[in-house]
Every structure is written in C-alpha cells, then in structure tokens.
Design a binder for this molecule. Structure first.
Ligand code: SF4
Length: 352
C-alpha cells in the first residue's frame, strides 16, 4: 500500500492515467479514475499534466518507478445493459473502486441555485451532460443492483441523494429504494447518505428498510467555513447534525455512521482534528478527504480554488487515523459506504 505521504501527494496532484472506470461531475468526489493502487482501491484525480504517471501497470514519478503496482478497475459488464424501461444501467448506478455500486437516487438538489449551492459540489453537472437521470426509481435500482452483483461481484451499494424540498430532505425515497434493492438482492450491504432528515424517526425507518450504515455529511464543523462554502446547507444548525449523528449511532451502531470532513476549506488543521475527535467520541467516523478540483463546481470554475498542500493532508490524515485506531474504529469494519470503500480518502494508508 502507498505511504500516507505518497497517497496524499497523489490525492492532491492527481495522476496522468487512463482508467476505464471514471466519473465526471455528480455528487461527492469526482473527475477521477478508479484503480487498485498497491492492491487498495483508490479514486485518483486524473491530471494529464501530473508528474505522476502510470505506465505498464507501474506508478512513476518523473519517469522513475516508485515500486507500486497500479491496476485500472475494469469496465463492468453491467454497464452494457439497459433497464426494462429503456435506460442504460450506467445512467442508474456506477461502479466505484473494484466492488462498490454507487448511485444518486435524486440527481437534483433544492440548494443548487448559485447563491445557495455547496461550492465544491457538481451534483447536477452529470445530469446536464446526459450521463445520468434525474430520479432513479426503486425498480430500476433493484434491477441494476441485481445485475451488478451477479455479473461483476459488487459487494456493497452506496445510495446518496440530492436534497429535496420535503421535510425529510430526501430520506424517505432512499428508504423505498433500499427496500426494493434488498428484495431483489437479499443481504447486500447498503449505505444511505442524506442530510439530517428533519424527523429523527426517519433514521429508524432507513434502518428498518435494511440500510446497514449511514453517512450524514457535514463537510466542515467550522461555521465560518460552512457559511462561505455551503451557504444553503450551512444554514442547517450544527446542533441538528449532532442530534442526527447521536440518533444514528443509537439506531445503526457505533462506527456504522460517518461524515465527510473536507480538508482545504480554510479551517485550521488543529481545529479540524479537534472536530474529528469529537465525532470519534460520538462513534461517528470522520471520513477526511482533500478538496478537489472538479469541473463544474463553483470552487473550481469561479473561485479558482486549489486543493490543500499534500503535507497538510498527510498531517490531518495521520492524526485522525490515530484517533480512529485508538477508538477501535476502522473503515473496513463499516458494513458499507465511503469509509468501508476508502478509495476517496487517504485514511486507509494510515491504518484507519
Ligand atoms: S469513497 Fe465513496 S465516493 Fe469515493 S469511490 Fe468509494 S464509495 Fe465512491
């Protein structure tokens, strides 16, 4: 496996590589290629001008072999199928890493107006490009998940959603989708991702639908950074997140609840790590990821924001990983989700 220092460099500088499984726009980290790096899943930013390159399955820096194998994830067979109602499967769900199926069940967000949207998010860009559909039905997801498990050995499903206008912010549609998928593929590990869903009883509904784990993603615990980077979502009080995390830990269990924390939103690294410590204490896994350059985001296209320095990413990663290890919380012990996958974070390289 890559060291934390090298993994952080790759996360920030990207790699010149050609990967058959790529993602552009959409929710969460994107504009990346999916590979096995030293045997571990990694979603690496594709940067044709990077000093890091892949040649003959080896990672090179300025042409020098770094001693790590890079194996591109193969295009899955389910991408070539079409649903009963005529939609290509790859517009319904995508392969992430080697064995994770991921979907955004509602590809629009009530906060996507310029003055409200999260500046690092490109959720509606993949919709605008025609590479996905606005709403995935439970039936479509069940059909695609069944094929992805049968044909491509998918082991878990990540289901996220754009925020809807309803009080539940989209969580109830997630519950319907989970039920349909598990009826078609009993036992598949499913993680759902949503905002705090208004009525906290909805978290029990998601668990009873069969979701194994949940991500409630805050991105930053610094209110100044939240207002600057996420004017819409940042208006949800942190107290609401804390109440949702607590209830989610009660319902899903310790270390089956996670949240993204983005490194590079101007937050002091010590404060970011202190926030991560608070989360770990609650039983919530802080999935730290660096800010990425993603075409279609306001951060990249308007602000010209750059990813943080690799040294900062490595430092935060090392300290958060130590907290997680001390608490006995490993991503690989989550049943499903981004922490279980780990491809977008440097945490696995630091033993978390
Ligand atoms: S960490 Fe999450 S977003 Fe990244 S590849 Fe894995 S499942 Fe997808």
């Amino acid at each position: 496996m890559a060291s934390t220092a090298l993994r952080s460099e790759l996360a920030v500088c990207g790699v010149a590589l050609d990967a058959p499984v790529q993602r552009h726009g959409g929710a969460g980290p994107s504009d990346d290629g999916h590979v096995l790096l030293g045997g571990a899943g990694a979603a690496l930013p594709i940067v044709p001008t990077s000093r890091y390159q892949v040649r003959d399955g080896r990672l090179l820096l300025d042409g020098a072999d770094l001693g790590l194998a890079v194996e591109p994830v193969r295009r899955p067979a389910f991408y070539d199928l079409t649903t009963a109602d005529g939609v290509p499967y790859h517009q319904i769900a995508r392969l992430h890493g080697a064995d994770v199926l991921a979907t955004t069940v509602v590809q629009t967000c009530v906060r996507y107006r310029v003055e409200e949207r999260c500046r690092f998010c490109a959720i509606e860009e993949s919709l605008r490009r025609g590479s996905t559909t606005a709403v995935k039905t439970p039936e479509q997801l069940a059909e695609v998940a069944e094929a992805a498990v049968r044909l491509d050995g998918v082991r878990q499903l990540v289901m996220t959603t754009g925020t809807t206008a309803g009080r539940d912010r989209g969580a109830r549609h997630l519950a319907r989708c989970v039920r349909a998928v598990l009826a078609a593929v009993p036992g598949l590990a499913v993680q759902v991702q949503c905002e705090p869903p208004g009525d906290l009883a909805t978290l029990t509904e998601l668990r009873e639908a069969g979701a194994a784990s949940i991500g409630i993603h805050v991105e930053s615990l610094d209110d100044a950074a939240r207002r600057r980077w996420m004017p819409g979502k940042g208006s949800v009080p942190l107290a609401e997140y804390r109440a949702a995390w607590r209830e989610a830990v009660r319902v899903f269990g310790r270390n089956q609840v996670s949240t993204y924390l983005i490194i590079g939103l101007g937050e002091d690294p010590d404060e970011l790590v202190a926030g991560a410590a608070e989360l770990v204490e609650m039983g919530v896994y802080p999935f730290v990821v660096p800010l990425r350059s993603i075409a279609g985001t306001l951060a990249t296209d308007v602000d010209g924001a750059s990813p943080p320095a690799a040294e900062v990413v490595a430092d935060v990663t090392t300290r958060v990983a130590a907290l997680l290890r001390a608490a006995g919380m490993r991503g690989s012990e989550q049943r499903a989700g981004c922490a279980a996958c780990g491809a977008c974070s440097t945490l696995p390289s630091a033993g978390a």
